[in-house]
Design a protein around this ligand. Structure first.
Ligand code: SF4
Ligand code: SF4
Length: 598
């Protein structure tokens, strides 16, 4: 069959066809669709779950792999930081059934706190890494990734970037699953990592990397015969192909699909007759550094152009125009001539990121903001929809670092700036991911902070995945529901308040103000289903009382409220979710509710 697949879907289809038995992950853009697609496949030897975080996911995958199952743990690049501990140990302990660690990098970044490059993790962990350029190539590389993992008994990293994850391509395949017999767990001393064994295994690991180089190098390729050598990989390969159109004779391309370990022979053969080398890669200069080191070790002197000498930007995504610009800059200094073929790029107007209309987090933030008015308060934020609490006019997020850090950073701030109230905001899924340990620490060490858990009963930012607090499993079937309040109280926290952020705003402000009265460790759970998950009862409109003071607009920042060219304020009846927040701020009673069928 022929099917147009998104990069992440292509990976999921190929994983299933190639007999993956256990698929686990934690949602995070741009990786989420791998598990989302896999969950639509069913078989008696296939299990899929959303795990509590990436470390948990990889450890579940590792256990299944030791029993001989083919497994995948899927995550985004920052998730790999969370899973780094088991990954590094697994590179030493090894695996049994093929284990692919799928990691989606986010050059730009589009929706991440870092631009880190997973190819560096491969070097750091001494593991092979595949770096496909397109959905079709990703589909084709899953099979060898499993085979390499099983042959060398090592996890294999499968790194893609946003543009490969989210672009579409036609892929031809037979939807026939490879059935494998799972041997089951066999006890072996080498599964128990001890220092002496670790040393021995490290030596073996280095040897394995040497051994697999040639085998992996068949996935790299050389194109063209020109004197200007371009070393590239991932999606940058296609930018290069596009950029050199019409000038192909000048160039030759070394496309690196397996970024670690690199085959030295192939590279030395490639550079043999080249006059200059240009490195086109996103994020870190991984290929550039490896190749330059190899050239140095082999006494080969050649002009190189890349990130290290400022020709290629270190940060952000590349695109065809940027690559053309790089070639033009390099070649205009040289005897090679090339017309500047820049084309006009469509400029899309910038839009400030903001919470959706009717998002209950907007109400929660404003309740806390009004309850602490006039006080010196530090607000620590976390990763999720509610990161947008930093945006004006809400402005209740002073820090944001990584998953779970709102709670722990609040403690650090309280220790050093104790006179101030410190209030941490975290979401429900993030609380389960890594907020719990921070809460234990604040209880144990008597850090008197307030933790606001913004519970919208889903993982909203990545597309409404369930989590332990929803009690639903990946297919929506019943799991066991984990109560946030029970965890909080079970740890020993006595001060706990549960609030519906959609209920009476003034009363909620009073309740929170009273709650914050004394400086004790306390937890407020703001609970209201994500506005995009529930149909509304009605919506709000502006009536003739409006004096255009714009208070509703300026206080809430709700994207459903706007102003026309004559300065008239209106509510977009399609966008409005009927939360009623804006009504609380209108001094002229000019905002009124309309029931859905009126
Ligand atoms: S009721 Fe007001 S604040 Fe709520 S979604 Fe509608 S316009 Fe926005
Ligand atoms: S707060 Fe009331 S009066 Fe002021 S612009 Fe909004 S609807 Fe009009």
């Amino acid at each position: 069959m022929k099917k147009v697949l998104m990069g992440n879907e292509a990976v999921a289809y190929s994983l299933f066809i190639n007999g993956v038995n256990v698929a686990v992950g934690y949602p995070g853009t741009p990786s989420t669709e791998v598990i989302e697609t896999l969950k639509d496949f069913q078989d008696d030897d296939f299990y899929v779950e959303w795990s509590t975080n990436e470390k948990v996911a990889l450890e579940v995958a590792a256990g299944a792999s030791l029993a001989g199952a083919r497994t995948v743990a899927a995550m985004k690049q920052v998730g790999l930081n969370v899973a780094a501990d088991p990954l590094l140990s697994l590179s030493v302990v090894g695996v049994e059934g093929g284990l692919i660690v799928f990691v989606a990098d986010d050059p730009g970044p589009h929706s991440s706190q870092t631009e880190q490059d997973t190819r560096n993790f491969a070097r750091f962990c001494n593991l092979p890494v595949f770096d496909p350029s397109s959905p079709k190539e990703a589909f084709e590389l899953i099979k060898p990734a499993f085979e390499i993992s099983e042959k060398y008994k090592l996890p294999v990293l499968f790194r893609m970037t946003t543009r490969v994850c989210h672009s579409n391509q036609s892929v031809e395949f037979e939807l026939k699953r490879e059935k494998r017999k799972i041997k089951g767990f066999r006890k072996k001393p080498e599964w128990v990592i001890l220092p002496a064994l670790s040393y021995k295994k490290h030596m073996e690991l280095e040897q394995k990397l040497q051994d697999m180089k040639k085998e992996l190098s068949v996935y790299n390729k050389v194109e063209g015969k020109g004197k200007i050598g371009i070393v590239t990989g991932g999606v940058s390969y296609f930018y290069v192909k596009e950029a050199i159109k019409g000038f192909e004779d000048l160039f030759s391309i070394l496309k690196i699909t397996v970024a670690h370990p690199l085959d030295e022979e192939l590279i030395l053969e490639f550079v043999k007759d080249k006059e200059i080398l240009i490195f086109i890669e996103e994020l870190d200069p991984v290929l550039e550094e490896e190749v330059k080191l190899l050239l140095f070790e082999n006494g080969r002197i050649i002009s190189t152009y890349g990130k290290r000498n400022g020709y290629v930007p270190f940060a952000g995504e590349l695109d065809v125009d940027k690559v053309k610009g790089i070639f033009y800059k390099v070649l205009s200094d040289k005897r090679f001539l090339m017309k500047n073929t820049f084309t006009d790029v469509l400029q899309i107007p910038k839009r400030q990121a903001q919470l959706c209309a009717g998002c209950p987090h907007r109400n929660s933030f404003l309740i806390v903001k009004y309850a602490t008015k006039g006080q010196d308060v530090i607000f620590t934020g976390d990763i999720g929809c509610y990161t947008l609490g930093f945006a004006k006019p809400i402005s209740t997020t002073d820090t944001c670092l990584c998953m779970g850090a709102s709670i722990t950073m609040a403690q650090g701030l309280k220790i050093t700036d104790g006179s101030k109230k410190v209030i941490a905001f975290i979401g429900d899924s993030t609380f389960f991911h890594s907020g719990i340990t921070g809460l234990v620490n604040s209880y144990y060490n008597r850090h008197n902070i307030t933790i606001c858990i913004l519970d919208n009963l889903t993982t909203g930012m990545t597309g409404f995945q369930p989590h332990p607090g929803t009690g639903k499993k990946i297919y929506g079937e019943e799991g066991r529901k984990v109560s946030i309040e029970s965890i909080v109280k079970g740890i020993g926290v006595e001060k706990v308040l549960v609030i519906d952020p959609y209920s009476d705003f003034t009363q909620n402000v009073d309740k929170v103000r009273e709650f914050l009265n004394n400086d004790q460790l306390g937890v407020i759970v703001f609970r209201r289903e994500c506005a995009n998950l529930k149909s509304r009862e009605g919506y709000f409109k502006i009536n003739q009382n409006c004096l255009k003071c714009k208070v509703c607009l300026n206080v809430t920042g709700c994207p459903a409220i706007d102003e026309d060219e004559n300065g008239n304020i209106f509510i977009d009846s399609v966008l409005c979710k009927g939360c009623g927040l804006c009504k609380n701020f209108c001094p002229y009673y000019a905002i009124e509710k309309v029931m859905e069928n009126e």
